[in-house]
Design a binder for this molecule. Structure first.
Ligand SMILES: *Cc1c(COP(=O)(O)O)cnc(C)c1O
Length: 405
């Protein structure tokens, strides 16, 4: 997922434009900034490239999710249904607005299982938040249908899936709102940054104010702005936006390289009949940032991971099942409600419940899944070497295992 791999002259030029004027802030200083508005330019580019009505930049993907929830009116006591496989930011954002994260199983798309969502709906459910992990997507038609039936908000955490599409539309632009992250390891980076995308003008105006202390941004004089509601500071800086502007112009190049390298490496894994691949919902096109593949059993998967580690080729291969950041099995701080401040009874009860909740359907999938991240700068020779080594390790483990039976 690495736009940083192709950092270069273009980013330097955009940042320099900002350094020349010295106006590092995205609002105000109309005279001295000499027409340089990088954040505004990037927001316009985002609406054009991804095809959404409005885009509000933020300081991170996490603050984009928090902003989206606030602007959608998700708050105290509201339940947000989300998957057990995601990045910690997804539940952090839910908790930060006082809402209750309801974690449910994934399916072989590696994202929210629509059946698990249906089973988790209660009178308090307000929002369904699919997380489009590792470059591909949830079954959005199924989730949209559920949301329509139950009058729920659909908020897409598309932070990891910049450039992927579903039925011709960019992920993140299909629900009531969606977010991208532009942190350092995402498909395009600002160093730190994020965006809320929506087609709803009112939701956009709320997002705009929320990220800047509730400013209404209506007057020419920032100091005279009114505050129709309480906001926070989740602003992006002009320096960060400048980097993002250079990166979004290179997105097509990134995606083309990503696809080429992904398919070349995948061809090696396809030689092994025991391997299967992540399911992509009909009508979906993934961003090719990862190859996510399954072995037949957890035992085999653990053996392959161990052998890859021993041979020094584990880097770039993620066994999420035992990963501290991405899967429920390792989120003890969440299960123990390890917050620095008091939280509501509803939140406490929901988090305590996680300790005894089984995610056996997700375990059965995640324990067999390895995701291989795709570099933009691999040479053909490096892909060949990587592919051959991976195939050798997997075949060795499969043969040992079969001999042992
Ligand atoms: C990266 C990421 C985020 C948060 O983004 P930051 O910019 O790092 O705050 C949220 N959700 C998912 C799925 C992510 O991968």
């Amino acid at each position: 997922m690495p736009g940083f791999e192709l950092f270069g002259e273009e980013e330097r030029k955009e940042v320099n434009d900002v350094l020349e004027t010295g106006i590092l802030m995205r609002y105000g200083f109309d005279g001295p900034r000499k027409g340089i508005w990088k954040a505004k330019e990037l927001e316009t580019a985002i609406t054009q490239v991804f095809g959404c009505g409005y885009a509000q930049l933020t300081s991170s993907g996490t603050s984009a999710l928090t902003t989206a929830m606030a602007a959608l009116g998700i708050g105290a006591g509201d339940e947000v249904i989300m998957p057990a496989f995601t990045f910690v930011a997804s539940f952090e954002a839910v908790l930060s607005v006082g809402a209750v994260p309801v974690l449910v199983d994934i399916d072989e798309t590696l994202t929210l299982s629509p059946d698990a969502v249906r089973a988790a709906i209660t009178p308090k459910t307000k929002c369904v938040m699919p997380v489009h992990m590792c470059g591909s997507m949830a079954d959005l038609d199924a989730l949209k249908q559920i949301c329509a039936e139950h009058h729920l908000i659909l908020l897409e955490d598309a932070c990891q899936s910049i450039g992927a599409t579903y039925k011709g539309k960019s992920l993140g632009t299909i629900g009531d709102a969606g977010t991208f992250s532009f942190d350092f390891v995402k498909t395009i980076t600002c160093a730190e940054g994020g965006v809320v995308m929506t087609n709803d003008k009112d939701m956009y105006i709320k997002s705009d104010g929320y990220t800047d202390h509730g400013h209404d941004h209506l007057g020419a004089d920032r100091g005279a702005d009114l505050h129709p509601f309480i906001g926070y500071n989740y602003r992006i800086s002009e320096l960060h936006a400048a980097v993002g502007l250079a990166q979004i112009r290179k997105l097509d190049t990134f995606l083309t390289l990503q696809k080429k390298n992904n398919l070349a490496l995948r061809a090696y894994l396809e030689q092994i009949p025991e391997i299967s691949f992540r399911v992509i919902p009909e009508g979906g096109v993934d961003s090719y940032s990862f190859i996510s593949w399954f072995l037949p059993t957890e035992e085999l998967t653990r053996a392959v991971v161990a052998e890859m580690k021993m041979q020094g080729i584990l880097a770039g291969n993620f066994y999420w099942f035992v990963n501290n950041w991405h899967y429920i099995s390792k989120w003890d701080h969440l299960k123990q409600a390890g917050t620095l401040h008091a939280i509501s009874e509803e939140q406490k009860i929901a988090l305590a419940k996680l300790k005894s909740t089984q995610f056996s359907a997700s375990d059965a999938i995640m324990s067999r899944c390895i995701s291989t991240s795709i570099s933009l700068v691999w040479t053909d020779e490096q892909i060949r070497e990587k592919g051959e080594k991976m195939v050798a390790v997997i075949k060795k483990v499969l043969q040992t295992q079969m001999a042992g039976v």
